[in-house]
Design a protein around this ligand. Structure first.
Ligand code: SF4
Length: 264
């Protein structure tokens, strides 16, 4: 069977950088705590835990006051709380996410009402919202935004087509709109390539955590073109999927380690 393997699949620069920083911190301090999983991949998180990188969901669970901020960034109130309480902080916020946070701050200073486009429960989006304070909200198709001046900042892993749709919806109610296209190049390249492969292959395998938003989006995108399967590891593969097909495309989300891709 012919296999089309994506060149852009797998762990992105921001997640790789955060893991490297966390491993260095764990080596120095023996243990470092991450507020939420460092990477949206269950198997990788289990592996990191063995190396001293412990996932917690609340500051109170941090036992040694050593914390890593993951690539998604964090709400500024949480950062302040950590600083005010004497935590040692390794800030692994992806520079591209940090840039999006700065755009939100700039828009607020310039008097725009900020609309963040992305998944409302995603940590990056919650963090961006924090930088906008009371003058920002997360876009919802069910709520009309009626403001004179709005600034738009998308989540870094948003699909460009979705950004275009939302911008044209918002346009009908505003006088002025300023858009920062903060969609990450890694996301764009990965999505475009996955679609290109899905068009020519008979089926698609998308590797990544079931809790990874960008992997799920890749899967949804691919299944518009061909039968597609979202797997976390090689154990999830069912050989019946490949009966009567001649080719399969393989891609992976931004939080899927290389070893998991190789194994599949
Ligand atoms: S997808 Fe892009 S912005 Fe998000 S963490 Fe990875 S490199 Fe950074």
């Amino acid at each position: 069977m012919k296999i089309y393997r994506a060149r852009y699949g797998g762990v992105c620069f921001g997640v790789k950088r955060a893991i490297k920083m966390a491993l260095e911190a764990a080596e120095k301090w023996k243990r470092v705590y991450s507020l939420g999983p460092l990477i949206h991949n269950r198997l990788a998180v289990e592996d990191l835990q063995k190396k001293g990188i412990i996932t917690v969901s609340h500051i109170n669970e941090i036992k040694n006051k050593k914390v890593i901020i993951r690539s998604h960034g964090v709400h500024p109130d949480i950062l302040k709380k950590l600083q005010n309480n004497g935590f040692e902080i390794v800030d692994a916020t992806c520079p591209r996410v940090r840039r999006a946070q700065r755009y939100v701050e700039m828009l607020i200073k310039e008097g725009y009402y900020v609309v963040i486009i992305g998944e409302k429960d995603h940590p990056e989006v919650k963090g961006l919202l924090g930088y906008g304070g009371d003058n920002a909200e997360i876009y919802s198709e069910h709520v009309a935004i009626k403001k004179r001046k709005i600034g738009v900042v998308p989540q870094t892993t948003l699909d460009l087509g979705h950004l275009n749709e939302v911008v044209s919806n918002l346009m009908s109610n505003v006088l002025e709109m300023k858009i920062y296209n903060t969609i990450c190049r890694a996301t764009n390249s990965r999505t475009k390539e996955a679609v290109r492969i899905a068009k020519k292959a008979d089926a698609m395998i998308i590797i990544g955590g079931k809790n990874s938003a960008n992997t799920t989006r890749l899967y949804q995108m691919c299944k518009k073109y061909k039968p597609s399967h979202h797997v976390e590891s090689v154990k999830d593969i069912n050989l019946n999927w490949f009966k009567n097909i001649k080719s399969v495309g393989v891609t992976a989300g931004a939080s899927t380690p290389k070893e998991q891709v190789e194994e599949v």
